[in-house]
Design a protein around this ligand. Structure first.
Ligand code: FES
Length: 105
């Protein structure tokens, strides 16, 4: 894989090479970043949500769209599932401060 930019995490500012082949959650796992997830990255729990602050990312795919449609009040503008979204260049993401509830509960 060849990096296509830099992925930066807020609020702590950690950055790492970005790969378009990997989801944002996979990026976190690659650097042992403790990012929430409760469904194994299957677009079911919503606990991995992040806000895209800047940068180009992959479009919303059907599994992510389904969760967004089932829980429209739980997705704020710019929020995506870290387990689904992939960077397409330099991307900055914001992690919610207190974690998010599992939407299946
Ligand atoms: S890890 Fe469950 S929706 Fe992303």
């Amino acid at each position: 894989m060849k990096p296509i930019g830099t992925l930066t995490w807020l609020p702590d500012g950690q950055s790492q090479p970005a790969y378009e082949e990997l989801t944002v959650l996979s990026h976190a796992m690659n650097v042992d970043r403790d990012h929430p997830q409760a469904c194994g990255g299957h677009a079911e729990c919503g606990t991995c949500r992040i806000r895209i602050v800047s940068g180009d990312v992959s479009p919303v795919f059907p599994d992510e769209r389904l969760l967004m449609e089932d829980f429209p009040e739980s997705f704020r503008p710019g929020e995506r599932l870290a387990c689904q979204v992939r960077p397409r260049g330099d991307v900055v993401v914001q992690v919610p401060p207190d974690g998010l509830p599992d939407l299946r509960d």
